[in-house]
Design a protein around this ligand. Structure first.
Ligand code: NYM
Length: 219
């Protein structure tokens, strides 16, 4: 009898700038691979595509764009990778993804765009099975060597972004936003090892237990 292979798990890691997302994604990915799980790292924005290069130039303030337009480009950058995400998950590869649609809403709504409008272009994307939100106060994030040079990397903006993430969290946990997958909030203000142990505790059981077909986000 041929062995039935599980589909891969889709795990998204979200958080403010300097919340330790990229480090935690790398640690989680490494631990999964070490434990024999077929896993891939992914990141949004993916700056390698043509759309990603437009986003990169905007973030580096080398170009200007209408807030709506850049929001749609961030979303389009996800849509252009949908077939690759779905194929990998179906083939049994788990994905650890650094930012996704939640960042899209959080950053654009913080600039004043309507929340519901921000959410709509991402409806129907592959839904994460779990989103791990690395929660940190902007003051604490700033202590970690200060923010960078890119757009949005200012304490005032990060405070607004955190508020929108809190709204998303409340709606996901209250299931007002259906089919968004499981939402887990982790205190990312603690040391790296403690945070990574927490991330592992939540993510590890998931990769061996995803049975349901890939869902669509918010539908
Ligand atoms: N960002 C990221 C958005 O504004 N919308 C999105 O949809 C996504 C995925 O891009 N400050 C913002 C958040 C970050 C910036 O991300 C670049 P990173 O993880 O620093 O490369």
């Amino acid at each position: 009898m041929t062995e039935v292979k599980h589909r891969g798990a889709f795990i998204v890691v979200e958080g403010l700038d300097r919340s330790g997302k990229t480090t935690q994604c790398a640690i989680l990915h490494e631990r999964l691979v070490e434990s024999g799980v077929d896993a891939q790292l992914m990141k949004f924005p993916d700056r390698t595509t043509v759309i990603g290069q437009m986003i990169d130039s905007y973030l580096k303030s080398q170009s200007d764009m209408d807030d709506h337009l850049i929001h749609l480009l961030f979303s389009a950058n996800r849509w252009e990778l949908v077939s690759s995400i779905e194929r990998q998950l179906r083939e049994g590869t788990s994905i650890v993804c650094d930012r996704y649609a939640f960042s899209g809403i959080a950053f654009s709504a913080s600039k004043g765009l309507p929340y519901a409008w921000c959410r709509s272009p991402d409806i129907d994307l592959p839904a994460p099975d779990m989103t791990i939100f690395l929660d940190i106060s902007p003051e604490k994030a700033k202590e970690r060597g200060g923010y960078g040079e890119e757009r949005y990397e200012k304490e005032e903006m990060q405070n607004k972004v955190r508020q929108v993430f809190r709204r998303i969290e409340a709606e996901m946990q209250g299931q007002r936003l259906q089919s968004g997958g499981q939402w887990v909030t982790i205190d990312a203000g603690r040391d790296r090892e403690t945070v990574s142990a927490d991330v592992w505790r939540h993510a590890q059981p998931l990769v061996t237990s995803v049975e349901h077909p890939i869902r669509k986000l918010w539908t």
